[in-house]
Design a protein around this ligand. Structure first.
Ligand SMILES: [Zn+2]
Ligand SMILES: [Zn+2]
Length: 341
């Protein structure tokens, strides 16, 4: 069969503006679907890849970024069972997983060493009229979720949802979300819907009103030493969503004994916490988390449909993709950016 060529938007070199680009799609495999892209989120990871901030392996040029894809199935491979032509699906950080390795079997398809990230390296992403993914990691989007807001759920959404499930956060637990941005505002909504007591922690005191709208009942201004001190030893589960290094001991001090801290902000650097007096004696857990496996993604979509939880998005059209990328680059977006194809 002849190759499919589709219109896409590619950066031809690091940090370049994206330009229209005729993209040759890979052949449709037996388990694959071809998707007509309707919307694609613009995530900070796309900027990191286009700007070649994650090294040579991540960024091959021309580069079509985009990994928060929403669209309709337009072709099916011979083995595809679940999805039908016209079904609306979402594709996130990975478009393939082997589904047979230890990680996949345990439900961590996001960690599959044989998987393929959607727009990493030689793989070309969703700033494109069409894309191809394994049907088993293309997730039907419940009709209760508006398609223009669905894309960011497949990256930022699952990144903050998964730790609640993995670490067994319960109704009534005191949850703190550090940072009120693209990830943090979704985490506040999830924490509220899980029935937790929710505290937002931010260095921007002007975010108090929004934090409360998203579900926080309390707000801690992290620049205020007194507020930070008063909150010590009160938090069961803390989700760190900021992408910058923190004075870690001031934050672990907020945890109760046996408390947990999950870090989902892409921080380049180390976490320094005393082993004996903090990790051991107070039995703290500090861990990282990245997107989530298939079961958790389906779980999240059902949860979002039931509780009407969507990210707050700015939506524009793909002919404004360069402006959209710049707004993400400059941290101006409140709180997720989406382009309509
Ligand atoms: Zn992302
Ligand atoms: Zn695998």
């Amino acid at each position: 069969m002849s190759k499919t060529v589709t219109e896409s938007w590619a950066a031809m070199e690091p940090k370049a503006k994206v330009v229209p680009y005729q993209l040759e799609l890979p052949a449709l495999g037996p388990n694959d679907v071809e998707v007509d892209v309707e919307y694609c989120g613009v995530c900070h990871s796309d900027v990191h890849i286009i700007d070649k901030e994650w090294g040579d392996e991540a960024s091959r040029f021309p580069k079509v970024a985009g990994h928060e894809i929403v669209g309709k199935v337009s072709r099916r491979g011979s083995e595809v069972r679940e999805l039908q032509i016209g079904d609306r699906v979402g594709i996130g950080w990975y478009r393939r997983a082997c589904l047979s390795c230890q990680e996949c079997i345990q439900g961590y398809e996001n960690l599959c060493p044989h998987g393929e990230a959607t727009c990493f390296g030689a793989s070309q992403g969703g700033f494109s009229r069409k894309t191809i993914a394994d049907a088993r990691v293309a997730f039907p989007i419940p009709k209760e979720i508006p398609p223009e807001y669905a894309g960011p759920l497949f990256c930022g959404g699952i990144t903050v949802f998964a730790p609640f499930r993995r670490f067994g956060v319960k109704p009534g637990d005191h949850v703190a979300v550090v940072g009120i941005g693209g990830l943090g505002h979704m985490a506040l909504k999830f924490a509220k819907a899980f029935g937790c007591k929710v505290t937002a922690i931010s260095s921007s005191a002007d975010k108090i009103k929004e934090a409360k709208e998203y579900g926080a009942s309390q707000f801690i201004n992290s620049s205020d030493e007194k507020q930070m001190k008063e909150a010590q030893g009160t938090i069961d589960f803390m989700l760190v969503t900021v992408p910058k290094k923190l004075p870690w001991q001031q934050y672990t001090a907020l945890l109760r004994r046996n408390g947990k801290m999950a870090i989902v902000g892409a921080i380049l650097g180390n976490v320094e916490v005393p082993v004996m007096t903090e990790l051991m004696v107070r039995q703290l857990t500090i861990c990282g988390s990245i997107t989530g496996g298939r079961a958790l993604i389906k779980d999240m979509l059902n949860f979002c449909a039931l509780h009407q939880i969507f990210p707050k998005c700015e939506v524009t059209t793909v002919d404004h993709l360069n402006e959209a990328l710049d707004r993400v680059r400059e941290n101006k977006v409140r709180y997720r950016m989406v382009v309509k194809l």
